[in-house]
Design a protein around this ligand. Sequence first.
Ligand SMILES: [Mg+2]
Length: 146
Amino acid sequence: MAIASKLNHEGVRIYCICGDGELQEGQIWEAAMSSTHYKLDNLCLIIDNNNLQIDGKVNEVMSIYPIDKKLRSFGFEVINIDGHDMNQIINALNKAKTVKEKPTAIIAKTIKGKGVSFMENIADWHGKAPKEEEYKLAMEELNKTM
Ligand SMILES: [Mg+2]
């Protein structure tokens, strides 16, 4: 999509959100290599870096670290942020728009299930829905923090 936008002079920006466990997959790095080769400065990759995937901690299943150094070595502009801080998110997205001749990766450090005591940083919640009671409790906890 980012290449097509460039070829068609559409001026469209493409945002791609990836999980951190997803970075273990080879096609991610093939796409990363292509995006720098084609100087896709209209591409912004956002990585949800919660260090959890369905099988456990990303660094224990198969480490992807250091993500920032790997992406820089592929030619990306890299911005590390706290993924729970809206000001940092907005600033990073704005900065990405100013980067020329290369794609930008925003590595957003996050905590899975943040704000819900029984969900925070627990891989088990990667791929299941809460039961009705769990949902109600989670919403109560989230409403207290808002
Ligand atoms: Mg993850």
